[in-house]
Design a protein around this ligand. Structure first.
Ligand code: CAA
Length: 380
């Protein structure tokens, strides 16, 4: 395995870093406090080609590899996991799902504006009573001529309020279990589609998380993605790729916490010398750096598996489970290193600690990742 970054990867890293330092860092504390979505910044991210990084340029994307994508996700997440989750959902779930499984008409209509950053996408799978147990969907799509009539509620939908296009997973034949689930493209503004309340969250507070309500929404049959009954497998396939994006996000949160901690530990003095020279602190830094490097290797391996068309079921789940654990642990240590300063907003690490938690929950909890990993092991 080669983990050397190419010239192209280094250029992506630098562009993402510049963007983050210039456009995200100055406003993140305020946006987090006010729960304000970075609409303009995300539009600019799209103009730079970061919203459809892996999409074929024929469909408005940047035509890059998964390694480039995880490198960009890591850089942006060092400061702003709210922006990076919007980017991750648009790239890995929505764009990839349409490019891989959509019709040519769907690609022209939805993928081109999504990949070029003119429009924003969301992925609606979770429900009040169907999170990890994704087959227990209650949202129903009933065929009526050349339309489906969609009814139900989706919860905790990232980009929910600001998206233009939504992939919605719904039951078409409940008696068939997972084989009775289908996927649809739904557009903001369709009659009966209402964006519900915004969630008031612990972390990623500048991201846009909403409930969605569907009441007799008429969705054309041609907006179904894949065959009827393909929706569950479709969701599983796109979540596999999504988990690599969230693993990279977790890696970035951890790496950002280490950057802040290193800078602080070199500057802050206690008992007559920089705290970095106290073993209690230097050992923490050493452990954080080691854990982060281990997480990075798992993330890069999963990205390389995807780029080489190898299975990412297990390697993606391992990367997400491990990197999210490292993010949580590292950010708690970062707050500890910062002491009282770590507990206030100006020093950034308390936000990273709050942001880290969601990486153990969304796109499959850590427990779900362990189910996926162990099933993979036992299958072989
Ligand atoms: N690829 C393709 N097919 C797959 C698959 C995969 N990775 N995983 C499962 N399947 C198929 C199985 O082969 C099976 O099909 P067959 O019967 O034809 O063989 C079918 O799907 C059902 O599989 P299981 O019996 O394994 O299903 P299960 O009910 O036991 O669930 C699970 C498996 C892994 C637990 C799954 O439900 C899961 O991943 N749950 C977590 C859901 C999740 O990640 N939610 C996140 C919400 S989205 C989000 O967070 C986005 C955001 O906003 C940031």
């Amino acid at each position: 395995m080669n983990f050397e970054l190419s010239e192209e990867h280094l250029a992506v890293q630098e562009a993402a870093r510049d963007f983050t330092q210039t456009l995200l860092l100055p406003t993140i504390i305020e946006r987090d406090e006010e729960q304000r979505f970075a609409k303009d910044e995300i539009r600019q991210l799209g103009e730079l080609g970061f919203m459809g990084m892996m999409v074929d340029p024929v469909y408005g994307g940047s035509g890059m590899d998964t390694m480039s994508y995880v490198i960009a996700m890591e850089e942006i997440s060092k400061i702003d996991a709210s922006v990076s989750v919007a980017m991750s959902v648009n790239n890995s779930l929505v764009c990839w799902g349409i490019e891989e499984y959509g019709t040519e008409e769907q690609k022209q209509k939805y993928l081109v504006p999504l990949a070029s950053g003119q429009k924003l996408g969301a992925f609606a799978l979770s429900e009040p009573e169907a999170g990890s147990d994704a087959t227990s969907q209650r949202t129903r799509a009933v065929l009526d001529g050349d339309h489906y009539i969609l009814n139900g509620t989706k919860n905790w939908i990232t980009n929910g309020g600001n998206a233009d296009y939504y992939i919605v997973i719904a039951q078409t034949n409940p008696e068939l279990g997972h084989k009775g689930i289908s996927a649809f493209m739904v557009e903001k503004g369709m009659a009966g589609f209402e964006v519900g309340p915004k969630e008031n969250k612990l972390g990623i507070r500048s991201s846009d998380t909403h409930t969605l309500n569907f009441t007799d929404v008429r969705v054309p049959v041609k907006s179904r993605i894949g065959e009827e009954g393909f929706g569950f497998k479709f969701a599983m396939k796109i979540l596999e790729g999504g988990r690599i994006g969230i693993a990279a996000q977790a890696l970035g949160i951890a790496a950002g916490a280490l950057d802040f901690s290193l800078a602080y530990a070199k500057e802050r003095k206690a008992f007559g010398k920089p705290i970095a020279e106290h073993q209690a602190i230097s050992f923490k830094l050493a452990e954080m750096a080691t854990e982060i490097d281990a997480a990075r290797l798992l993330v890069y391996r999963a990205a390389q598996d995807k780029d080489n068309n190898r299975s990412i079921t297990v390697s993606g789940a391992m990367a997400k489970e491990y990197a999210s654990r490292v993010a949580m642990w590292t950010t708690v240590e970062a707050v500890q290193i910062h002491g009282g300063y770590g507990y206030v907003k100006e020093y950034h690490v308390e936000r990273l600690m709050r942001d880290a938690k969601i990486t153990q929950i969304y796109e499959g909890t850590s427990e779900i990742q362990k189910i996926v990993i162990s099933r993979g092991l036992l299958k072989d």
